[in-house]
Write a protein that binds this ligand. Structure first.
Ligand code: AOF
Ligand code: ZN
Length: 379
């Protein structure tokens, strides 16, 4: 008689758990995306779940509730270490132990310092077999913003830009333009790449640009994927002198989802903006004559913003890269050359920068390089 090996289905179920976890994108922040699958030794799935912030319950609990008594002797596949602490809910490790689960297959340790291995220790102490690191790279990538936020109380900062092969982000000479105009022929990249930008926005809690780009391009900076999200994408504008036009598309579409950082103390201007549903906050200047990005990131952390996408013009690109506060880049490259008339990607950048762990993507006729300036899991 052939007996089935309980490890036969590991990859299949761990991959399913990841797929479930991804269903939480934009619904879990500031918590991580987590998915769980429970399978009996003969390879039957008896429970599934994924966490959402509003739903409160953690992925394991949802899967355990579905499995009921069938969880006894079963294996749970979970993308993140079951928690060990009392948060808005009780510890998942305790619940897993209580139901008689025999084995836990987990993709990664929880970067939350309150957990960080204690969940695994509890499970092992109860005699449960714990197998780790299946699809670890995918799980870690999915929760890289959470990892940065939960340890540093500041968002993961991604600089996004689209440029030609000679590094030009717009036609013309206006250094504040990121994508000049809205006519189709003005775009650097094609439709497929631009649809991916919408996905990047969807995965982000906030987006940031400079006032120069608002004045040059009048962008909307919204998430137009049409996919559900727990909180609106927070649109952040760096605007030292409160020049944001009341008639701009950002101002006109504000629904408590626009935050302007300024050093301008003009109260009447502030009131006008606030009447439109725009929040205005004061920040100091840093040494290099720009608003203090570090203070801004800390403030966004206070607002439980775990991820920030920067989409700006040439000046902003240079100043944020120089500040060393960018964690990663997502740079689209279009098969074009603009020559002398084009706006450079980062005019006035004072240093050379190399990216680690580069990943190459293709979007129809365009490509993109995703790379890191810092490890979101360090520190
Ligand atoms: C899990 N499974 O599905 C999630 C976990 O405030 P709470 O109670 O929701 O706790 C949030 C913390 O719990 C979060 O920072 C992370 O460490 C962990 N998230 N853990 O076992 C889950 N979402
Ligand atoms: Zn938990």
């Amino acid at each position: 008689m052939q007996t089935s090996n309980p490890h036969d289905h590991d990859e299949q179920f761990a991959r399913r758990a990841l797929e479930l976890a991804r269903q939480g994108i934009a619904l879990t922040s500031p918590n991580p995306c987590v998915g769980a699958v429970i399978a009996t030794p003969d390879g039957t799935i008896v429970g599934e779940g994924f966490h959402t912030y509003e739903g409160k319950k953690h992925a394991e609990i949802l899967a355990l509730e579905q499995a009921g008594t069938r969880a006894r002797g079963a294996t749970i596949y979970v993308t993140l270490e079951p928690c060990s602490h009392q948060g808005r809910t009780g510890p998942c490790a305790d619940a897993v132990i209580a139901t008689g689960i025999a084995r836990v297959v987990c993709s990664m340790e929880d970067p939350n310092p309150q957990v960080a291995g204690r969940g695994f220790a509890k499970l092992r102490a109860a005699g449960i077999q714990v197998d780790m690191n299946l699809f670890e790279a995918d799980a870690r990538k999915l929760n890289e913003a959470f990892a940065k936020y939960i340890r540093h109380k500041a968002p993961l900062v991604t600089l996004k830009s689209a440029m030609t092969l000679d590094g030009k982000i717009a036609r013309g000479t206006d250094l504040d333009a990121s994508v000049r105009g809205t006519a189709r022929t003005d775009w650097i990249t094609g439709e497929v790449a631009r649809a991916h930008v919408q996905q990047l926005r969807h995965q982000s809690d906030a987006i940031l640009t400079g006032i120069g780009t608002v004045l040059a391009d009048d962008p909307l900076l919204t998430d137009r994927t049409g996919l559900p999200r727990r909180r609106s994408l927070l649109r952040v504008v760096l605007d030292s002198h409160l020049r944001l036009p009341l008639a701009s598309r950002i101002s006109q579409s504000a629904r408590e989802d626009v935050l302007v950082f300024t050093e301008d103390t003009d109260l009447s201007r502030k009131n006008e903006l606030e009447k439109l549903g725009i929040r205005v906050e004061l920040v100091p200047r840093s040494g290099d004559n720009a608003l203090d990005l570090s203070a801004i990131l800390n403030r966004l952390g206070e607002l439980e913003i775990t991820s920030l996408l920067i989409e700006g013009g040439s000046h902003l690109n240079a100043s944020v890269l120089d500040s060393r506060l960018v964690d990663k880049v997502f740079l689209f490259l279009a098969p074009k050359i603009f020559g002398d008339a084009g706006v450079p990607f980062a005019a006035g950048l004072h240093q050379s920068i190399e990216f680690t762990n580069p990943q190459f993507h293709q979007f129809a006729d365009d490509c993109a390089i995703e790379g890191y300036l810092s490890d979101p899991y360090s520190g």
